[in-house]
Design a protein around this ligand. Sequence first.
Ligand code: ZN
Length: 72
Amino acid sequence: MKNNKVCPKCQSSNIVRFDGFHGAYGTGNYVQTSFSSYVIVHRYICCDCGFAEEWIDKEDIEKVANSKKAKR
Ligand SMILES: [Zn+2]
């Protein structure tokens, strides 16, 4: 969905992206990886069926993988 811009549920190509952000008072769409660090999560949403996918940027994957808050 992120890479080919096609919905995996209904095959629509009517996909929009909402950039994640980290705002005051816990607003926004992000993952807290430690007390003082977080990674932003972006959403891709199909405008035909409403299916939504969430992605973090490639450069943030290491932060998530090394987070002590991550459960395995
Ligand atoms: Zn769809």
